[in-house]
Design a protein. Structure first.
Length: 612
């Protein structure tokens, strides 16, 4: 039976229990990672007392105890102490209105056996994934593509999605790499009733419509909301710890969690062979300052390469963010000590923590240095650019900044969100591939992704697009896939909707200025953390791609995945353009080519394993 193999395909997500319900009309399968109420009473699929409604649910509802009390006052009796049973009974009484009461992260389906209808929903920010396929004779849904593939689905490549991937290194919802598989977008629900499918939206980040609090009061409110969010996310019947990278975001979460959990364990990974990419000394400082039990997983390049194959094998859709490898290893090691980990994800996107946010702010508030960088555009182009050293990275950034200055806000965002421009991505496709690509359809999808950015955007509009594009499709996808590959649940306190709604009510200058990013976060939590943390440069969670490609992974590129034979046999990519990228990789000016090559390697690996 397909539903059995589809459920088994998710074994790594849910290693603790499997159950399946099948009748003449439907099959529901669930793999369980036991976290709240680990007893058999909380297993799924779970049915209400009348056996009319059944639920399969991935995630956690952090305010389930309060919701349970409300329901008990209405006469509902519970047989377990699980959040699943609370969610099921809340839906029975309130239908889709229940979604506005939920504080948590989730993807779930509730089946009404009497009406033969399905109701599915995904959390507000897309922390948990939900893919589906709907055609004239079936409706399928799952947490991961590898589950849907068990049904022998049509694997026609969506060339618009491939084109997005060649620019961004990921595929944005609601589309997937396969034409017939869709992703439910964050903050949306889906109903299936008698061969009809309806998708609706229940949440979007509210627009700012009231005057901001004075800055000191705004800081206090941020502190209180974030502290409450962390407290909510400490609910667990299994061991819980926190990721601690040494950056401000994870350090803030660690400091707050330690207040309520003095025996908190924290975890980080370091790169013994790559000091430029290693941040463990900052993580150690924070752990010592706060007083957590800290574990560092110190990795050599060999350790990273050893895990490469396992991480690539788990990616059931092309996903070219190379830091996924770090999260894969960090999650694997953390899972030996804890089943739940808190993380600092989400703060950069809403508070302006990335280089591109600083660049955008400077582009719309130009002073003489920005004007000079723009004027010197031709100079940056002629100098060596790469991510592998401080100076060449600064030149790379200056070149991107100068290019962006010449564009509208919307096009500037797009240029800075990706690794390749449209003309560069198009050159990679063979003439035959180009016939399967619709520029019109691609452009329509692209404009939908950029809908929150007018031609002259404010900082908040720029950040809002990161929250709806980059956060769910790149950052949260990476963390969910790589942690659940090891049965580790990662919780993200910054993405409590009360925190997000509040942060988006704040004026731009509370978040970012010429001299400071994430200003209100830094100022609010400075007293809780080591002072050195606030004077260090921003570092991404990166891996040393350029060095690998020139050494350990050279034969993977030249003799295997990107060899002339492989590329020509496949017929998707133009080998001449692939060769030009490989040549640039070994030049003194690699720019963003390592990231683009990585994206191509991941795609080729995926196509061999899942795409054929």
């Amino acid at each position: 039976m397909h539903v059995t193999s589809a459920t088994m395909a998710l074994e790594q997500r849910g290693p603790d229990f499997q159950d399946i319900y099948i009748d003449d009309y439907v099959g529901l399968g669930h793999r369980r990672l036991s976290i709240i109420d680990t007893s058999a009473l909380a297993n799924q699929p779970m049915w209400d007392s009348a056996k009319r409604y059944g639920i399969v649910f991935n995630g956690e509802i952090f305010n389930f105890r309060e919701l349970r009390l409300e329901l008990q006052k209405q006469g509902v009796a519970f047989s377990s102490s699980s959040d699943t049973e609370v969610l099921l009974n809340l839906f029975i009484r309130e239908k889709e209105a229940c979604l506005n009461k939920l504080n948590g992260f989730f993807a779930f389906c509730i089946y009404d056996r009497q009406e033969q209808t399905f109701f599915l929903a995904r959390d507000r920010f897309g922390i948990k994934p939900l893919l589906y396929l709907f055609d004239e004779d079936k409706f399928l849904f799952a947490s991961e593509m590898k589950s849907l593939l068990q049904y022998g689905i049509d694997k026609t490549l969506d060339y618009q999605s491939l084109f997005f991937y060649l620019q961004l290194n990921y595929t944005p919802a609601p589309d997937s790499i396969f034409t017939h598989v869709k992703k439910l977008q964050p903050g949306h629900f889906l109903k299936v009733e008698r061969k009809e499918l309806l998708v609706g939206r229940y949440y979007s980040i509210p627009e700012r419509n009231e005057p901001a609090l004075p800055y000191p009061q705004a800081q206090k409110k941020l502190m209180d909301l974030l502290d409450e969010s962390v407290q909510r996310r400490l609910i667990s019947d299994v061991p819980l710890g926190a990721f601690l990278s040494g950056g401000i975001d994870s350090s803030v979460i660690t400091a707050l969690a330690h207040r309520h959990k003095p025996d908190l364990h924290t975890f980080s990974i370091g790169f013994r062979d790559e000091k430029f990419f290693d941040e463990t000394r900052y993580a150690n400082k924070v752990a010592k300052h706060v007083g957590t039990h800290h574990t560092v997983f110190s990795l050599s390049n060999d350790d990273l390469l050893t895990h490469l194959q396992s991480a690539l094998n788990y990616l059931d859709e092309p996903f070219g963010d190379s830091s996924a490898l770090n999260v894969f290893i960090l999650s694997k090691e953390t899972r030996k000590h804890a089943t739940v980990a808190l993380s600092g994800d989400g703060a950069d996107e809403m508070l302006g923590g990335y280089n591109k946010h600083s660049a955008f702010y400077r582009a719309i508030n130009k002073q003489w240095p920005e004007k000079l960088i723009g004027t010197l555009g031709p100079l940056w182009k002629s100098l060596p650019q790469s991510r592998n050293s401080y100076l060449s990275n600064k030149i790379r950034q200056a070149n991107r900044f100068a290019e962006g200055l010449r564009l509208s806000s919307r096009e500037r965002y797009w240029r800075w969100a990706g690794y390749a421009q449209e003309k560069e991505a198009l050159k990679l496709l063979t003439e035959e591939s180009k016939t399967k690509f619709s520029k019109q359809l691609f452009e329509s999808r692209r404009q939908s992704l950029l809908q929150y950015i007018p031609d002259q955007a404010s900082m908040n509009e720029f950040l809002l697009t990161d929250m709806t594009l980059v956060l769910p499709n790149d950052m949260l996808t990476k963390v969910d896939l790589m942690s659940m590959a090891h049965g580790l649940e990662v919780r993200v306190p910054f993405l409590d909707y009360q925190v997000v709604d509040y942060v988006f009510s704040l004026p731009d200058e509370y978040k970012i200025t010429h001299s400071s990013r994430k200003r209100i976060l830094r100022d609010t939590f400075q007293a809780l953390l080591p002072v050195e943390l606030f004077h260090r440069p921003k570092k991404g969670f990166e891996v040393p791609l350029l060095k690998w490609f020139r050494n350990e992974l050279k034969s993977m590129i030249f003799d295997d995945l990107l060899s002339e034979k492989s590329i020509r046999e496949q017929g998707i990519f133009d080998y001449g353009e692939i060769k030009a990228l490989k040549d640039q990789l070994f030049s003194r000016n690699p720019q963003d080519v390592p990231a683009r090559i990585w994206g191509l390697i991941v795609f080729q690996w995926w196509l061999r394993k899942y795409g054929k």
